[in-house]
Design a protein around this ligand. Structure first.
Ligand code: NAD
Length: 269
C-alpha cells in the first residue's frame, strides 16, 4: 500500500513544526506539502529543514489550492479564516481535512459543515488521547450528579493564545451539558467581572488563565456543599496533539464524506 500523502497547512506555526516531525516519524505516511500565509519568512524553505529534519525536496508554498489538490489529507492548525478557506478547497478536491484550529465563528463553521458533505472532515478541539478520555468522563460524571453540583471549567494556556475560553474548555463544558441533558449555550457563564450576583443553579462556568509557555491545562470542577470532585489533564508537550492529528489522517484513508471526531478515531465511543 502506498504511503498517505499529507500536507501541513500553517507549517511554520507552533503546531505546524510538530506536525511535520510527527509525519516524518510515523510509518504509512509522508510529508507531501506545506503552506504558510503570504509574506511568511518560511515561504520557499524546504519542509524538512523547517522542522529540523533532513531535506525532503518540497518547499513551503502560499498556494493552498495547488497543495490541497495534490495530497490525500491536510493537517490544519492555523487560524479560523484560513481553516474555512481550506475547508472549501478540501471539498473541491476530495482531500481529507483534519482540523485542530479553534475559535471558529458561525461563518467559518458553515464552511466546515458544507465541506463535510463532500469529503471526510475530522475535527477535535483537542487531539490528545488524555483529553478525549476526560471528555467522556466529564459527560459521565455530569450525568450522574444533580445540578446542586456546580460545574466549572478552568483552563490555562501560554501567553500567545488568542482565543478564550480554549476550544478544549468549551468542548468539556459541552460534554458536561450533554451529560446533564441541558443546552450548553443557555447555561454557559463565560466571563465574570464586578458585581455578578450569585451563581445560578445549573450554570456551567468558565475561568481562563494565560501565562508563560503552558501547553494546556484543563480541570473540570464539580462542586457541591462540603465536597468537590476535580478531574484534570495537563499537556506537557505539543507532540500529544500532533500524534493524534497524524493518527486521524491515517484513519481517514477510505472514509466517505462526513464529520468525524477523535472519539471515532481513537475508538473511545
Ligand atoms: P501558531 O500561531 O503558532 O500557528 C498558526 C500558523 O498558521 C502560523 O504559522 C500562521 O502563519 C499560519 N497561518 C495563518 N494564516 C494562514 C494561511 N492563510 N495559510 C497558511 N498558514 C496560515 O498557532 P498554534 O499554537 O500552532 O495553534 C494553531 C491553532 O491550533 C490554534 O487555533 C490553537 O488553538 C489550535 N490548537 C489545537 C490543538 C488541538 O489538539 N486541536 C492543539 C494545539 C493548538
Amino acid at each position: 500500500m502506498s504511503d498517505l500523502k499529507i500536507a501541513v497547512v500553517g507549517c511554520a506555526g507552533r503546531m505546524g513544526i510538530n506536525l511535520l516531525r510527527q509525519i516524518a516519524a510515523t510509518e504509512g505516511c509522508v510529508i507531501a506539502g506545506g503552506t504558510e500565509r503570504s509574506g511568511s519568512d518560511a515561504l520557499g524553505k524546504d519542509l524538512g529543514a523547517l522542522a529540523g529534519l533532513d531535506d525532503v525536496g518540497i518547499m513551503v508554498s502560499d498556494d493552498a489550492s495547488v497543495v490541497i489538490a495534490s495530497v490525500d489529507a491536510i493537517l490544519d492548525f492555523t487560524v479560523p479564516a484560513a481553516t474555512a478557506e481550506h475547508a472549501n478547497l478540501c471539498a473541491e478536491h476530495g482531500t481529507a481535512h483534519i482540523i485542530g484550529t479553534t475559535g471558529l465563528d458561525a461563518d467559518h463553521e458553515a464552511a466546515v459543515a458544507a465541506a463535510c458533505e463532500k469529503t471526510a472532515v475530522i475535527r477535535g478541539a483537542n487531539m490528545s488521547v488524555g483529553v478525549n478520555l476526560l471528555l467522556g468522563l466529564t459527560r459521565k460524571v455530569a450525568a450522574m450528579l444533580d445540578p446542586d453540583w456546580d460545574i466549572e471549567v478552568v483552563e490555562m494556556h501560554h501567553r500567545h493564545k488568542v482565543d478564550a475560553p480554549s476550544g478544549t474548555a468549551l468542548a468539556l463544558g459541552k460534554a458536561a451539558a450533554e451529560g446533564r441533558g441541558v443546552d450548553h449555550d443557555t447555561v454557559a457563564d463565560r466571563g465574570r467581572d464586578g458585581i455578578t450576583g450569585e451563581r445560578k443553579r445549573g450554570d456551567i462556568g468558565y475561568a481562563t488563565l494565560r501565562g508563560g509557555n503552558v501547553v494546556g491545562d484543563h480541570t473540570v470542577v464539580f462542586a457541591a456543599d462540603d465536597e468537590r470532585i476535580e478531574i484534570t489533564h495537563k499537556a506537557a508537550d505539543r507532540t500529544i496533539f500532533a500524534r493524534g492529528a497524524v493518527t486521524a489522517a491515517l484513519w481517514s484513508k477510505g472514509k466517505g464524506p462526513g464529520l468525524y471526531g477523535m472519539d471515532d478515531v481513537l475508538d473511545l465511543t
